[in-house]
Design a protein around this ligand. Structure first.
Ligand SMILES: [Fe+2]
Length: 371
């Protein structure tokens, strides 16, 4: 059924359901590269802080005194309590509610009240400079915030090159926020949402009432860690303005960034936050790319269409997750040699990242045994 007559399988079922695999994935797939975690436009003033739990790690995103968005591990240096619990403006300092340790917006420790005894704030040998918040590598690309948890990824511009070069024709500096769709938690593994986005095969069946893009006009795109699909629709064929019957590109950058361009002037970006093997949260931001503001009516129409499209996808992704409980799914589903090339590329990247780690772990165990 495929090239060389070989059947192509997807990832095995346990990569979507197994807790052990999830932990490996958190330490590899989600830690090695640039992970998409938020939107810059949500940070307006210095002190604006958003806690994000991603890859099982509590992260704090905060706008500092020089109006840069920075990232820290969201734990107090004293007893490792999760510092900021909800989206808020923290003012000029971050204060731990437990024993009132205080940090500046740059993460430096400012106060450790009575830590050495009453009125002795600094016991002998205690230096504030050793106990600031632990920073996380961050890069803000236009409105999109990325972090690199293990600190070892290539520079963002180099890492994201295959994606960036595909948008040479769009001036992202003209990007204007138009609308937010917050879907909250979806009962599916994050990889199903990515896979669903990058394959065009389902569009004609799942979105037959919401879109009007014939399958035959779609093409797939695979370029290293960037993959997805595109469809070119002639403008004269675009008779139904309420349906998505327009030229589009749907691309993902490994591991979790998703962007779709919708001719002539719209971009949608989804934030998929992996929460646990079977739960992911999702938010979509819609922008215009020609500097135009959307009217309330236009924005409501666009929101309505996209709400329906996402809900159609979510149902499929939740059922994919449920299907993984069956022993018939152990080997993973089948992948189309033609339409699901992006899913194949994504699968290979997941396997490469997680296999390296299990080989390393095995190696470490052997070393310990030989001691
Ligand atoms: Fe879809």
């Amino acid at each position: 059924m495929a090239k060389n007559g070989k059947t192509i399988y997807g990832l095995p079922a346990k990569s979507y359901t197994d807790l052990q695999f999830w932990k490996t994935e958190c330490n590899t797939v989600l830690a090695n590269g640039w992970l998409f975690v938020g939107f810059a436009h949500e940070f307006v003033k210095s002190g604006d802080a958003i806690p994000v739990k991603i890859a099982d790690i509590p992260v704090l995103l905060i706008k500092n005194n020089t109006n840069e968005i920075t990232a820290f591990h969201n734990v107090c240096s004293h007893r490792c309590l999760k510092l900021v619990n909800e989206k808020k403006n923290v003012g000029k300092i971050i204060q731990c509610p437990y024993h009132s340790w205080i940090y500046g917006l740059d993460g430096s420790l400012k106060a450790s009240p009575h830590f050495g005894g009453t009125n002795n704030h600094k016991p002998k040998g205690f230096n504030n400079s050793d106990h600031g918040l632990k920073p996380i590598r961050i890069h803000v690309w236009h409105d999109w915030i990325f972090i690199n948890l293990n600190g070892k990824a290539k520079k963002f511009k180099e890492y994201a090159k295959p994606l960036i070069k595909k948008f040479d024709d769009i001036d992202f500096k003209k990007l204007k926020y138009a609308a937010t769709l917050d879907f909250g938690k979806i009962n599916t593994n994050w990889k199903f949402l990515i896979e669903n986005f990058i394959e065009p095969y389902h569009v004609q069946f799942v979105h037959k009432t919401t879109t009007n893009q014939p399958l035959k006009d779609h093409y797939t795109i695979v370029d290293g860690i960037c993959y997805g699909s595109g469809v070119d629709v002639k403008e004269e064929d675009n008779k139904n303005s309420s349906a998505l019957s327009v030229t589009s590109r749907y691309l993902s950058l490994f591991p979790n960034f998703i962007i779709g361009t919708y001719f002539p002037n719209q971009v949608g970006v989804y934030l998929n936050i992996p929460i646990s093997p079977g739960v992911t949260s999702q938010k979509r931001i819609i922008y215009t790319t020609d500097g135009q503001e959307m009217t309330k009516e236009e924005s409501n129409t666009v929101k309505k269409i996209w709400w329906s499209v996402h809900k159609e996808d979510h149902e499929m992704c939740e059922r994919l997750q449920e299907g993984r409980a069956s022993p018939a799914s152990d080997r993973g589903g089948l992948l189309s040699p033609h339409w699901e090339k992006g899913v194949q590329a994504f699968k290979k990247l997941i396997i490469k990242a997680t296999m390296k780690s299990s080989k390393r772990l095995k190696g470490e165990k052997n070393v310990q045994r030989n001691k």
